[in-house]
Design a protein around this ligand. Sequence first.
Ligand SMILES: *[C@@H]1O[C@H](CO)[C@@H](O)[C@H](O)[C@H]1NC(C)=O
Ligand SMILES: *[C@@H]1O[C@H](CO)[C@@H](O)[C@H](O)[C@H]1NC(C)=O
Ligand SMILES: *[C@@H]1O[C@H](CO)[C@@H](O)[C@H](O)[C@H]1NC(C)=O
Ligand SMILES: *[C@@H]1O[C@H](CO)[C@@H](O)[C@H](O)[C@H]1NC(C)=O
Ligand SMILES: *[C@@H]1O[C@H](CO)[C@@H](O)[C@H](O)[C@H]1NC(C)=O
Ligand SMILES: *[C@@H]1O[C@H](CO)[C@@H](O)[C@H](O)[C@H]1NC(C)=O
Ligand SMILES: *[C@@H]1O[C@H](CO)[C@@H](O)[C@H](O)[C@H]1NC(C)=O
Ligand SMILES: *[C@@H]1O[C@H](CO)[C@@H](O)[C@H](O)[C@H]1NC(C)=O
Ligand SMILES: *[C@@H]1O[C@H](CO)[C@@H](O)[C@H](O)[C@H]1NC(C)=O
Ligand SMILES: *[C@@H]1O[C@H](CO)[C@@H](O)[C@H](O)[C@H]1NC(C)=O
Ligand SMILES: *[C@@H]1O[C@H](CO)[C@@H](O)[C@H](O)[C@H]1NC(C)=O
Ligand SMILES: *[C@@H]1O[C@H](CO)[C@@H](O)[C@H](O)[C@H]1NC(C)=O
Length: 448
Amino acid sequence: MEKHIFLLILLFLIQFSISIAFSNETDQQALLAFQNLITSPNHFLANNWTKNASFCSWFGVTCSSKRQRVVALTLPDLLLQGTISPSLANLSFLSVLNLENNSFHGVIPYGLGHLPRLQVIDIQNNKLQGSIPTSLFQHRRVQIISLAFNKLDGEMWKGPWYAPELRVLNLRNNSLTGIIPPSVGNATKLMNFSLSYNKINGNIPKEIGNLSQLTFLSLVDNQLTGSIPTSIFNISSLLSLTLGRNSLSGPLLLDEGIFLSNLERLSLSLNQISGRIPSNICQLIQLKILSISSNNITGEIPKNIGCLSKLEEFYIGNNPITGTIPTSLGNISTLGNLYCETNSLEGPIPPELGKLSNLIELDFEEDYNLIGQIPEAIFNISSLEYIALTSNKLSGRIPTSTGLHLPNLLELHLSGNELEGEIPLHITNASNLERLGLATNFFSGTTI
Ligand SMILES: *[C@@H]1O[C@H](CO)[C@@H](O)[C@H](O)[C@H]1NC(C)=O
Ligand SMILES: *[C@@H]1O[C@H](CO)[C@@H](O)[C@H](O)[C@H]1NC(C)=O
Ligand SMILES: *[C@@H]1O[C@H](CO)[C@@H](O)[C@H](O)[C@H]1NC(C)=O
Ligand SMILES: *[C@@H]1O[C@H](CO)[C@@H](O)[C@H](O)[C@H]1NC(C)=O
Ligand SMILES: *[C@@H]1O[C@H](CO)[C@@H](O)[C@H](O)[C@H]1NC(C)=O
Ligand SMILES: *[C@@H]1O[C@H](CO)[C@@H](O)[C@H](O)[C@H]1NC(C)=O
Ligand SMILES: *[C@@H]1O[C@H](CO)[C@@H](O)[C@H](O)[C@H]1NC(C)=O
Ligand SMILES: *[C@@H]1O[C@H](CO)[C@@H](O)[C@H](O)[C@H]1NC(C)=O
Ligand SMILES: *[C@@H]1O[C@H](CO)[C@@H](O)[C@H](O)[C@H]1NC(C)=O
Ligand SMILES: *[C@@H]1O[C@H](CO)[C@@H](O)[C@H](O)[C@H]1NC(C)=O
Ligand SMILES: *[C@@H]1O[C@H](CO)[C@@H](O)[C@H](O)[C@H]1NC(C)=O
Ligand SMILES: *[C@@H]1O[C@H](CO)[C@@H](O)[C@H](O)[C@H]1NC(C)=O
């Protein structure tokens, strides 16, 4: 018994002295080795990180008060150049590493992924290359990994992810390859997940639906294929789902329930998604931005689309959508951008659109089959900056008041229709007008 206590005390003393020794030796050495590889001329660390003061007082260094070990190295936005020294992996108490907005190049030292206490690694916006230390995807403590805006070009770790504390994984604007592994579902605390602007391929794994705290999911501009897993529509915490610029296919949404009652932004443009806009889109009650342009969406715009009462931006251009323009659109008073160009819409432009008092941009260009007069009320929406109705079968006269109530109008495109009568002189009151297209119509009278 006494022997055991003696051994325990001995062990404690050994550990204690090791910790003291390392505090003065290893951390200082590691920091100086890091500083040695910084090549920016006259960087002020050269005068600040000097041996005549404790490294705990050096700029950007935070130590634990008890052990005097480095717990944070925070040097963002300092124009630092050079490579990141592998010696940082010797800062065994490091919890926060922030080198954001510098000009470090080269690889991310592999050993950083093994720092047992690491919680934040933020080296975004540098010039890093190579791959991400795989151990970061299997780290039991790490909460924030932000390596966006670099030149990382390795394959993203496709082995099992196990990152139970990970909240932010931001890898956007790199050149990462590989797939999103099904084990992404293990990172159940993930809130922000961005892989946008990379070269990730394969399917979006259905296990992504296990990320029940996900708020921002952004996979824009990759090489993703297959259909959008229906499990995504179960993540009720999502505020923003952006999957544009991929090669995703399959039908748009489920006809079963959608549980995205917090979703504010849904962007799926520039894919090959087919099917219709489901009428249960009304369940997206918080939606502000809906972008499904440049896909293969068929069918009509649901008559009840006006149910999206918070919508600000509506982009459905470049699809084979048919049918008429729903009058209920006129009920969305928040609508600023309405882009329905290059579809196969037909029938008249509903006068109800004149109620859209916050409308800024209106585009029904190249729908080819819109007919009837342009409702006068549209020319009274004083917020309008852009009107494009080119290449339709719109007829009749332009209301004589045109221009009177369009003080912000920059572009008016009406070419390629069947409009007639005189060009209203009042159009000159739209004093900010920069572009005016009236060609190929049946206008008469004098030019203005
Ligand atoms: C280094 O910078 C820190 C923070 O600005 C300052 O408190 C410290 O006195 C500086 N040390 C030296 C040696 O200049
Ligand atoms: C620390 O040493 C450097 C030279 O290594 C000297 O320039 C600086 O003035 C010294 N700072 C203090 C606070 O003594
Ligand atoms: C290093 O050890 C010396 C002597 O024990 C002590 O005075 C000094 O404060 C220590 N430095 C740091 C950074 O802990
Ligand atoms: C990094 O740069 C971005 C863009 O210039 C800026 O918005 C951000 O505040 C900077 N971050 C820090 C920590 O300085
Ligand atoms: C880490 O520290 C040990 C002991 O001081 C040293 O031998 C080794 O070279 C250091 N590693 C790096 C990558 O600096
Ligand atoms: C991010 O990538 C996109 C697409 O390649 C590019 O347009 C954008 O300028 C990039 N942003 C930055 C800050 O590098
Ligand atoms: C991680 O996910 C994979 C695949 O979904 C699973 O097989 C594995 O058991 C998970 N690992 C842990 C530690 O949860
Ligand atoms: C998540 O991303 C959003 C949008 O980019 C940003 O506003 C928010 O601050 C991020 N949250 C965290 C915890 O980084
Ligand atoms: C993760 O998702 C898969 C497929 O959606 C599911 O079968 C599995 O039960 C989920 N795992 C957990 C831990 O929720
Ligand atoms: C979505 O959630 C509902 C209700 O919890 C559940 O019945 C359904 O199986 C889930 N669907 C997917 C694809 O995970
Ligand atoms: C578009 O969808 C239709 C059926 O909805 C299909 O027949 C056609 O092949 C699709 N076109 C493309 C280019 O994917
Ligand atoms: C527009 O809103 C009004 C008032 O809330 C309602 O009576 C009307 O039915 C709505 N129109 C359409 C087409 O949804």
